[in-house]
Design a protein around this ligand. Sequence first.
Ligand code: ZN
Length: 112
Amino acid sequence: MSEEQTPTNEDATSVPADDTPVQPDPEPEPEPVPPPPTGETITWEPQTWYSITYACRTPGCINENQVRAAPMFYSNDGQLKNIRVVDASDDACHKDCVILTAAKLDPQPIEE
Ligand SMILES: [Zn+2]
């Protein structure tokens, strides 16, 4: 290789323009909202029978924090405001209990 490199007189400023459009940053995906950390998240189906466990959380109630079970519990229309267990036994607080677990009955009881 004995060829001399000849300086070129090309205009070094004639750099082709970069016409690549600037891609805007894609919208970040919204973070999924995690379920509340307290208790088990129960998915209620409407008009469905469940076996549940529940407990009263009223301070001072005779049933406070006693986990009880209801082998047959109806979900009504599936709306949380209509899915309630009232602590209605004698001398109890007659307030809503917290539903801890719910297992869908399989098979569902046959309604008469
Ligand atoms: Zn109670």
